[in-house]
Design a binder for this molecule. Structure first.
Ligand code: ADP
Ligand code: MG
Length: 320
């Protein structure tokens, strides 16, 4: 039977509630109060820290609704949040979704967003516990807050990198604008398996590009430096495609270092732990060593001949 189209905001919320209730997600048992009351209520283990992250995505800035459609927008918005939970090695538990919907297509867009989010919500056992629904004459705005639970070892922070650490990434980088940026694959399982296997000193998800995001680790870890081995950077085929298509003189490695929205993880671990992980990676986890942490300044790109040059590339910056 074709579901009827909800006629107004309240009918829409009922529709969302029915969709969420029909799925038996892992986290549903944590939810003592879900959609429909003034607040939701969740049960957390008393010995674990609660992780909280919010991302706001704007039509025209983070996606183009007319090109990608509402499902992709919803999937991207939730994926970006889940990637932040992964970056702390956390387990996602629940999501709250606030939307400003263009008035003339409000219901259609809201339902599309919901379908787009459902894939990731089901995959990670995430419960949709609430939100806020507005309509206006402006473009689509979607803001998602995800609550998660840290592992018993606690959240993995950006601030724990140490000189001598090896820098690893979990997948090939660059060219995500060709489509991958709309379909993030948050590395939740990988992060938890890695945190279980070794002591991760520092971790971040690659939303702005390796050059920029590794920079955040260095700053937060007390102003350290890092070298990257040019030949070791895993370059995604999309980065080669985009470099060839743009033909603007920027080689594929530039795209791998600076494009952003790869949603892979970048982590630093002690050299003996890196060796162990690379020898026997946790099941299903891909790892690429790309460089190391030191006490020199900034990030330097090292060639096969051992020559170093400062990395001048910048990642995607939302203020420029
Ligand atoms: P209030 O005015 O008390 O904030 P609302 O009418 O905004 O109540 O929301 C009613 C219920 O529906 C709340 O439980 C809220 O969390 C939920 N809700 C509203 N919009 C959404 C949405 N887009 N997705 C999921 N839940 C929603
Ligand atoms: Mg409300």
């Amino acid at each position: 039977m074709k579901p009827s189209t909800p006629a107004d905001e309240f009918a829409l919320i009922q529709w969302i509630k029915a969709q969420s209730a029909s799925s038996s997600f892992r986290s549903q048992s944590r939810t003592s109060i879900g959609i429909g009351d003034d607040c939701a209520a969740l049960r957390f283990s008393s010995d674990r820290e609660v992780l909280v992250t919010t991302d706001m995505l704007l039509d025209g800035r983070h996606f183009l609704l007319d090109d990608c459609g509402p499902e992709a927008a919803g999937e991207k918005a939730l994926g970006a949040n889940l990637s932040d939970i992964a970056a702390m090695a956390g387990l996602p538990i629940a999501a709250v979704v606030a939307v400003a919907l263009p008035r003339d297509r409000a219901t259609e867009i809201a339902q599309g967003l919901h379908r787009g989010m459902a894939r990731l919500a089901e995959r990670f056992g995430l419960a949709l516990i609430g939100g806020d629904t507005n309509t206006w004459e402006g473009p689509l705005v979607i803001s998602i807050t995800v609550l998660g639970e840290a592992t018993a070892q606690g959240p993995v922070r950006r601030s724990g990198a140490k000189p001598g650490d090896i820098v690893l990434v979990t997948g090939p980088l660059g060219g995500s604008l060709l489509g991958r940026h709309l379909r993030p694959e948050p590395r939740i399982e990988a992060a938890m398996a890695l945190a279980e296997a070794v002591s991760i000193h520092a971790m971040i998800d690659l939303s702005d590009g390796l050059a920029s995001d590794l920079g955040h680790i260095l700053n937060e870890s007390g102003g350290l430096g890092a070298w990257l081995e040019a030949d070791s950077i895993p370059i995604h085929p999309d980065a080669h495609t985009i470099a060839a298509e743009l033909a603007d003189g920027r080689p594929a490695i530039d795209h791998a270092l600076a494009d952003g929205e790869d949603f892979e993880l970048c982590l630093t671990v002690a050299p003996e732990d890196a060796a162990r992980l690379l020898d026997q990676p946790p099941k299903g986890v891909k790892l690429y060593p790309v460089g190391g942490i030191d006490e020199d300044s900034g990030i330097r790109l090292r060639t096969a001949k051992g020559e170093e040059s400062p990395l001048l590339l910048r990642g995607f910056n939302h203020f420029v």
